[in-house]
Design a binder for this molecule. Structure first.
Ligand SMILES: Cc1cc2nc3c(=O)[nH]c(=O)nc-3n(C[C@H](O)[C@H](O)[C@H](O)COP(=O)(O)O)c2cc1C
Length: 409
């Protein structure tokens, strides 16, 4: 590749790696391969933004050496820790011994653990921070969950170039780096990437777009696929459109309780859903509950929470009657969650979960949440020992918001 064809802006060069294998990624095979885009900013304080996949660290340092002796690099910006972008860091840091690693607080913690970089200097970034690299100014924005929690993006102020790492990427192996040179329309590939990687985190996409409204962008230089220098706004608008919430969804929280603890959980969940703009009803399920009313409420709802505390290893109130009725209902397309307060074993929550698993409702489990969002610290079904403490309430709210995110897609 001719070096001039790698120029993203004045003194800013693509130094990535084109991976034209059928790459295994997130349980998929990337049929068109991909690229790992890294950028070298040839300023007074030479700076690298992101690296390449862990398999290509040596190739990366070699490419970079066409522009500078890697020893002279002063800053290495790591927007996102996943090894397809930070994987070249060990090879680079090994040469650029004095380089400062620029990343978020969580990013620094994860990089230190993953690559044993304990003797390296880190510059910790907070949202809106700037860094003068001598001839260019970098501005940083925290963009949590785009794609993982620690992520940030970098904006080169004078060049008007956005380096958003995974955001605005496409999985296509291409030697022609720029979208105006693409041999075919990339819109479909761009949408597929969005729906796989970004859509599960769409509320955060909206937050990110809000941050971009205040900056002028001439070029978007992401970390996979084409650099978007032709009509970058088109791609921002597509993200905006695809991530807009659908507020017409309804939730229902059903609970049975002896002393009110499960009611409190139900109320925390319902409040959070309402705050997030989801119309939510709660119903206490007593022994003599009006089953027709419950059936109608379930029919009208898109997400249904089923809660009971545990009494002698079983559910309380009329919850079992409701669960038995589900067998005769069409629940396809609806989301189901089991929850409940308990003292020591909490069998009721598990029994509710078993009933739900036996229907065609989409049952939310920890496994499902990890696989769709990468959030590994939430527990589904939701189990609360007696009453939730402050931390427990916060976790309930996050759990409710995750269900809201599933609903508004
Ligand atoms: C009679 C009785 C039996 C209970 N049996 C169990 C049990 O088998 N397993 C358990 O984990 N908790 C058990 N508990 C604890 C309750 O599940 C716990 O207090 C819970 O917070 C009550 O929630 P609630 O107010 O929503 O009913 C029992 C409590 C009582 C009063």
């Amino acid at each position: 590749m001719n070096n001039n064809n790698r120029l993203v802006a004045k003194d800013s060069h693509w130094v990535g790696y084109v991976d034209d294998r059928k790459v295994p990624f997130h349980r998929l095979t990337l049929e068109k391969g991909t690229t790992y885009n890294s950028y070298f900013l040839d300023t007074e304080k030479p700076t690298v933004i992101d690296t390449v996949d862990i398999s290509f660290g040596r190739n990366f340092v070699q490419t970079l050496s066409e522009y500078i002796e890697p020893e002279k690099i002063q800053y290495i910006v790591i927007n996102h820790v996943e090894p397809d972008h930070s994987g070249g860091l060990p090879a680079l840091a090994n040469k650029a011994k004095d380089a400062v690693i620029v990343t978020t607080e969580l990013g620094a913690r994860e990089l230190k653990e993953m690559y044993k970089l304990h003797n390296k200097e880190f510059l910790i970034i907070k949202d809106g921070d700037t860094l003068d690299i001598g001839g260019k100014t970098l501005k940083f924005f925290e963009t949590p969950y785009l794609h993982t929690e620690e992520t940030m993006i970098t904006y080169a102020v004078e060049d008007k170039v956005l380096y958003p790492c995974d955001i605005f990427s496409t999985h296509i192996a291409t030697e022609e780096l720029f979208n105006d040179l693409a041999p075919e329309d990339i819109t479909e590939d761009f949408k597929v990437y969005y729906s796989l990687i970004m859509h599960p985190h769409r509320p955060y996409v909206q937050d990110m777009i809000e941050k971009l409204r205040n900056i002028e962008i001439d070029t978007i230089a992401p970390s996979h696929g084409y650099i978007l220098r032709d009509n970058p706004q088109k791609y921002i608008d597509m993200y905006d459109e695809m991530s807009k919430p659908n507020k017409d969804k309804k939730a229902l929280v059903l609970y049975s309780t002896m002393t009110g603890n499960t009611k409190k959980i139900a109320n925390h969940i319902a409040e959070e859903l309402k705050e997030a703009g989801i119309e939510t009803n709660t119903m206490k399920i007593k022994d003599d509950v009006d089953m027709d009313a419950v059936r109608e409420a379930i029919k009208e709802s898109d997400a249904i929470f089923f809660g009971s505390s545990t009494r002698y290893a079983d559910m309380v109130g009329g919850m079992e009657k409701v669960l038995k009725m589900l067998k005769y209902m069409k629940l396809e397309g609806k989301v189901g969650v089991a929850f409940g307060s308990y003292g020591w074993s909490g069998e009721a929550v598990e029994v509710i979960n078993d009933y739900l698993a036996d229907t065609d409702i989409s049952l939310v489990s920890s496994s499902y949440i990890i696989k769709t969002t990468g959030m590994s610290d939430l527990q589904f079904p939701i189990r609360v020992k007696f009453n939730p403490d402050e931390n427990g309430i916060e976790r309930l709210k996050i759990s409710a918001r995750v269900i809201k995110d599933i609903l508004v897609g």
